[in-house]
Every structure is written in structure tokens, then in C-alpha cells.
Write a protein that binds this ligand. Structure first.
Ligand code: HGY
Ligand code: MN
Ligand code: MN
Length: 395
């Protein structure tokens, strides 16, 4: 009996589960490596050759009949955001393995060697998509976040840079993922065939004001950094909508110093994040925000680029294959971009990629409400295994 994706996910669901039903598996955490062990068990059952690397990734390789052919790579991430959901990332890894179990059940042995990655650090740690960027050589030796942060995880920069692999033997990369938005669920569409993954730009923005006594400093004398930062955030929100309705702008982190209830904040630090397929749009937004900053009287601002993950387009031929398989399985589908970042973006800078989305109930993700029906999970695996069979007919 083939291992169903729901069954494999249940095993992952025992790892990193919080009392409120959310999941926390931070990069390099105990829970993360427990999830790696669960995945290794299923990879063993498939007869895969299993390796791990200093970036925390796990890789299973299933040799094909024709070892001279390029490899088909699948995967996603096993880490989660703090108090995230069961499906983000884990569905892509478990779904890839379930697709291989389904082929095994039908006694189908592919000609192409197939690889499955369980990546580490796709969420925010070390700049995001950390494990897949390490494998694809997209982390520069002088990367600030890497140099400042990797020692915390007991590794060296050299060890991470050594995770880079040769992709000359790779045919393509496919990733199964929940949509993390409401479009498929709202329109009752079974499958999203992803056209591209947005670029992600992050800036460290600091508001510099003057700390002072909250009681004795008159309002007109204040240089309140939190008031100033608040005005800049609202301005950024308005500018984003004005420049492009498909662009998104988020300020998800804020630190306020000195952080006392009776002291006017003198320094406030935030991460300004913007996403769009076209870099020109995010460039226009940060330029407009910087131009607006001097008009805010409360404080001065500094802007420091923190991260840039360029957007990538999915391979049109693979997209066609995915649409063909959806049709053969009488599954409705729509071609759509991904507003979320994915490990496929790292791979997409080097080899052809394809992504399959399945619906997220009410669009929730990165929270305990994240949920996808068993049927939708299984539909995605059906498309993935069908695509493997079609791609296997190619060189
Ligand atoms: O932030 C993202 O888009 C991804 O979920 N890490
Ligand atoms: Mn995520
Ligand atoms: Mn994800």
C-alpha cells in the first residue's frame, strides 16, 4: 500500500507541535532535526541514499534506470515560522516522497534519478531560503547575516559555502506547496500552476530621535522615534498601493529603545519588506519611501539593505506538463504567481523549475489556522507523480 501524503504528514505533525496547535521548528533546532529524522525514515523505506549537510539540509537520492540522465530534483523546507502551520514546507517534502511511493506502488521505476531535499532555514533565519541558497551557491562569503549568525549554530562560513553542489547533473526542480493565499480556496480551484516567484527585498530602517522624560518633556519639544517610524510605515503602505496594486509591503518586526514606559523612544528599528515579480517596482517603492522620510519632523532615518532574493519565472515547458497532468486527472487549475518566497526561487536561478500549489483554507498560513484538506493534499501529489512520469519520458 503506497504511503499516503496524509499519513506521512501526520508523522511530521508530531514534531514541533505547540499546545495551541501551531508548529515551531526553527532552523537548526532540536525539533527541526527531529523532523529530519522522520523524513529519513521514509527515504529509507524508498531505498534512497541519504545525506545531510552543514546547512542542515537532508537529501534523499533514488537512482534511476539510466544513471547517465540528468536528475529530477524535488523538495521544500522542514523548518517553520514561530507558531506556524503543519503544511508550509512540510507538505512539499512529504508530498514528494508520497509521489515516489505512488510510483513504487505501480511498480514504476523511473529512468531519471530522482532527488528529494528537506531544506533548512527557508523561513527567516539567516536571511531566508538559507539551506537552498547554500546548496545553490547563492550565499556570498561576506554575507553579513551568515558571518554574524552561523557560529550560533555551531558551524563556520567555510562549512556553509562547502554545501554548494554541482547542478550540471540536474534536469529540473519541482516543488509542491500550499498556496498560502485565498485565491484557489475562494474560487474552488484544485491546483495552482505557478508562473513565477516574486522577488523579496528587505531593508533595515532605523528612526533616530531623542530619548527623554515621558512626563516632563513638552510635546512640541519631542524627537519621538516611534511616532516618526509610525508615520513612515503608514506612508510606505500608501505608496505601495499607489505604485502597484500587486506589490506588497510589510513591516513585521520592530524594536524600540530604550523600551521603558516612561521614556520617549530615542531609537526604533524595523524591517521594511517589499515583494513584486519586477525589481523596478520594489526599487521605485524604496526610493519613494526614502524621499518621503525627510518630510517627517520627529526624527531622522537610516536605510540599510538587508536582503534581496530576486524573483524567478517558472519554466514554461514544465508549466505545460503540470497543466496536462491536471487535465488528465480532471483537476481544475489556474496559472498564478507566488507571493510567498520558496526554495524553488534559489533553484530557479540555475535550472528549470516548476511549482504546484494546493488550496489553503481561507488563505491562512504562517499560523495555527493553516489548513488544507486531505483531498487537496492528495490532488497535489497526483499532479506531482504524473509530472514525474511525463518528464521521465524526456531526455
Ligand atoms: O516569507 C515567505 O514568503 C516564505 O514563507 N518564507
Ligand atoms: Mn513560510
Ligand atoms: Mn514555505
Amino acid at each position: 500500500m503506497a504511503k499516503d501524503v496524509v499519513e506521512i504528514l501526520k508523522e511530521i505533525g508530531k514534531v514541533g507541535l505547540n499546545a495551541d496547535g501551531s508548529y515551531t521548528r526553527n532552523a537548526y533546532s532540536k525539533e527541526f532535526f527531529q523532523a529530519v529524522d522522520v523524513i529519513k525514515g521514509f527515504m529509507q523505506e524508498l531505498g534512497m541514499k541519504i545525506t545531510t549537510d552543514a546547512a542542515g539540509n537532508v537529501l534523499g537520492v533514488l537512482p534511476g534506470n539510466k544513471p547517465e540522465l540528468k536528475h529530477i530534483i524535488m523538495g521544500s523546507h522542514l523548518d517553520t515560522v514561530e507558531k506556524g502551520g503543519l503544511y508550509d514546507g512540510a507538505y512539499g517534502v512529504t508530498g514528494a516522497l508520497a509521489a515516489l511511493f505512488a510510483l513504487k506502488e505501480k511498480n514504476i521505476k523511473l529512468n531519471h534519478t530522482v532527488e528529494v531535499y528537506g531544506f533548512n532555514g527557508e523561513e527567516d533565519a539567516l536571511g531566508g531560503t538559507f539551506g537552498s541558497r547554500a546548496v545553490t551557491g547563492l550565499i556570498a562569503a561576506d554575507n553579513k547575516l551568515l558571518n554574524e549568525g552561523i557560529q550560533t549554530y555551531g558551524h563556520t562560513v567555510e562549512e556553509i559555502l562547502a554545501c554548494k553542489r554541482d547542478l550540471k547533473n540536474a534536469k529540473c526542480y519541482l516543488e509542491l506547496h500550499i498556496e498560502q493565499g485565498e485565491r484557489l480556496d475562494e474560487k474552488k480551484i484544485n491546483i495552482g500552476v505557478v508562473s513565477g516567484i516574486v522577488g523579496i527585498v528587505r531593508y533595515k530602517v532605523v528612526a533616530h530621535g531623542t530619548s527623554n522624560h515621558a512626563g516632563s518633556t513638552q510635546m512640541f519639544r519631542r524627537k519621538d522615534a516611534l511616532v516618526g517610524m509610525s508615520k513612515l510605515i503608514v506612508k510606505g503602505n500608501e505608496l505601495c498601493k499607489k505604485i502597484d496594486p500587486d506589490m506588497v509591503f510589510t513591516v513585521g518586526t520592530i524594536t524600540c529603545a530604550p523600551g521603558a514606559k516612561n521614556v520617549i523612544p530615542g531609537r526604533v528599528e524595523c524591517c521594511f519588506e517589499m515583494r513584486q515579480l519586477e525589481k523596478a517596482k520594489t526599487d521605485a517603492l524604496i526610493a519613494a519611501i526614502k524621499a518621503a522620510a525627510p518630510e517627517i519632523p520627529d526624527c531622522d532615518f537610516t536605510f540599510e539593505p538587508e536582503m534581496y532574493a530576486p524573483g524567478v519565472l517558472c519554466n514554461p515547458k514544465i508549466m505545460e506538463t503540470l497543466q496536462t497532468v491536471a487535465k488528465t486527472n480532471s483537476l481544475s487549475y489556474v496559472v498564478m504567481p507566488s507571493g510567498a518566497g520558496h526554495d524553488a526561487e534559489s533553484m530557479g536561478h540555475h535550472i528549470p523549475i516548476g511549482m504546484i500549489f494546493v488550496p489553503s483554507k481561507d488563505g491562512f498560513s504562517h499560523c495555527k489556522e493553516e489548513w488544507t484538506s486531505d483531498k487537496d493534499l492528495q490532488n497535489g501529489v497526483k499532479v506531482m507523480s504524473g509530472a514525474l512520469e511525463l518528464l521521465d519520458k524526456e531526455a
